[in-house]
Design a protein around this ligand. Structure first.
Ligand SMILES: O=c1nc2n(C[C@H](O)[C@H](O)[C@H](O)CO)c3cc(O)ccc3cc-2c(=O)[nH]1
Ligand SMILES: C[C@H]1O[C@@H](n2cnc3c(N)ncnc32)[C@H](O)[C@@H]1O
Ligand code: SF4
Length: 380
């Protein structure tokens, strides 16, 4: 079977020989990305855990009446950013709940105390604060965004992201994880993906695996991402993330996806997606993550020496040194990257604003990233 026929049907990916699929995917990865596996040294800022959505898999979200509901103050944001800076981080990841002010009076009151009526405006100013007071590059993961919200954030964010999660409308029905989650309606997610492309924002997206979607729906989602990238060229990376079961979520009884499920989906993603899209899977959500390398990933995403994974807090980051060792043992070289990928770091496209570009180039020049960033720029 050639690549063309591999990427059109779905039966091959669901039932075909897993080893053959993985080896085809690894070949594509090797040709485009070589044997270098990247990660971004980041600090994580959960700006607020209040959210108008209530995804069945999420432990991050807290109801405004909960004592744990929170909006971080500028001082707290800065303290985390400075700690990250001291530990050599180059990315500041903002990950947060979506539009809580549209649903909860307490969220509105909390924002008002900080001097804002809209969370996105506060997020914008916190990105600016990080740019002004530290050397870090902000990456914004704030879910669905309107045209206006992208315009507001674009000048202060090096890159942005939003997991597509799934294209399954079935999962928005009662009894399913996206029931009554306005920001998880697939058409809204797809619109954000499209808008980010129209506005030329280097963008991260991905699939959440094992929340009740079918294999065919995963393939459909990968094709949708790839089609948006074909129109706009903005998808810098796709994350294949495995659902984690926790006792305190609606999906406490839902099975986690198996390793084989992950390997099959990662390999299918590598075969379907344009080779220049980086393929990422997290190292902290499976003890057997090294196996992902054989299925075609080239990136581990953000790893933090200073903050926990607030979305999956029970899963510790691997030590960068021990991840380095296991990559080497598997025949790969671990390298640090910036939040924004090399091919967007040029004035020849409209992808990045000059202030962020200067800072990114400064980083590449001062910390030994320059050679591989340039090298990756050539091959990407
Ligand atoms: O620590 C995490 N980082 C997450 N990240 C961060 C990501 O690993 C890096 O920030 C990007 O690779 C940019 O360097 C996300 C970023 C997005 O744009 C969209 C979704 C995610 C999801 C996670 C996540 O669950 N945990
Ligand atoms: C930031 C991203 O974190 C992912 N996310 C949210 N909850 C979980 C979970 N229980 N397991 C794995 N990933 C999760 C979603 O895909 C979201 O978009
Ligand atoms: S996954 Fe994101 S959108 Fe869903 S409830 Fe959690 S914070 Fe809100």
């Amino acid at each position: 079977m050639n690549t063309q026929s591999l990427s059109t049907g779905t039966a091959w990916a669901e039932a075909g020989d897993l080893r053959a699929l993985m080896s085809r995917a690894a070949q594509i990865r090797d040709a485009q990305w070589g044997r270098t596996i990247t990660y971004s040294r980041k600090a994580f800022v959960p700006l607020t855990n209040m959210c108008r959505d209530t995804c069945g898999y999420c432990t991050f979200v807290k109801h405004p009446d909960s004592p744990e509901a929170n909006i971080m103050t500028p001082e707290e944001v800065l303290a985390t950013a400075q700690k990250g800076e001291q530990e050599g981080c180059k990315e500041l990841l903002f990950s947060l709940g979506e539009k809580p002010e549209l649903r909860y009076a307490k969220a509105r009151a909390g924002l008002e105390r900080l001097g804002y009526s809209r969370l996105t405006d506060y997020l914008r100013d916190m990105c600016e604060l990080v740019l002004e007071e530290t050397t870090l590059l902000p990456h914004v993961n704030a879910g669905t965004l309107t045209d206006d919200e992208i315009d507001v954030l674009r000048p202060v964010a090096a890159s942005m992201g939003m997991m597509l999660e799934t294209v399954s409308r079935r999962l928005t029905r009662r009894g399913h994880p996206h029931f009554a989650c306005p920001d998880k309606v697939p058409v809204q997610r797809l619109r954000t993906l499209e808008r980010a492309g129209e506005k030329q924002v280097p963008f991260t997206t991905g699939l959440l695996i094992g929340i009740g979607e079918s294999y065919a729906e995963r393939i459909e989602a990968l094709h949708a991402i790839n089609a948006a990238h074909a129109r706009h060229g903005h998808i810098q990376e796709v994350i294949i993330q495995n659902f984690q079961r926790k006792p305190d979520i609606e999906m406490a009884q839902h099975p986690e996806p198996t390793l084989e499920d992950m390997l099959r989906t990662i390999a299918a993603a590598r075969i379907i997606l344009s080779p220049d899209i980086s393929l990422q899977a997290p190292p902290n959500l499976s003890a057997r993550h090294i196996a992902y390398l054989e299925a075609g990933i080239n990136d581990w995403g953000g790893i933090s020496p200073v903050t926990i994974d607030f979305i999956n807090p029970q899963h510790e980051w691997p030590e960068i040194r021990s991840l380095d060792r296991s990559c080497t043992e598997a025949g790969f070289e671990l390298r640090e990257r910036l939040t924004v990928y090399p091919r967007y770091l040029t004035t020849e496209t409209d992808f990045i604003n000059p202030a962020v570009l200067r800072r990114a180039h400064g980083m590449a020049g001062t910390n030994g990233l320059a050679r591989e960033q340039r090298h990756m720029g050539e091959t990407a």
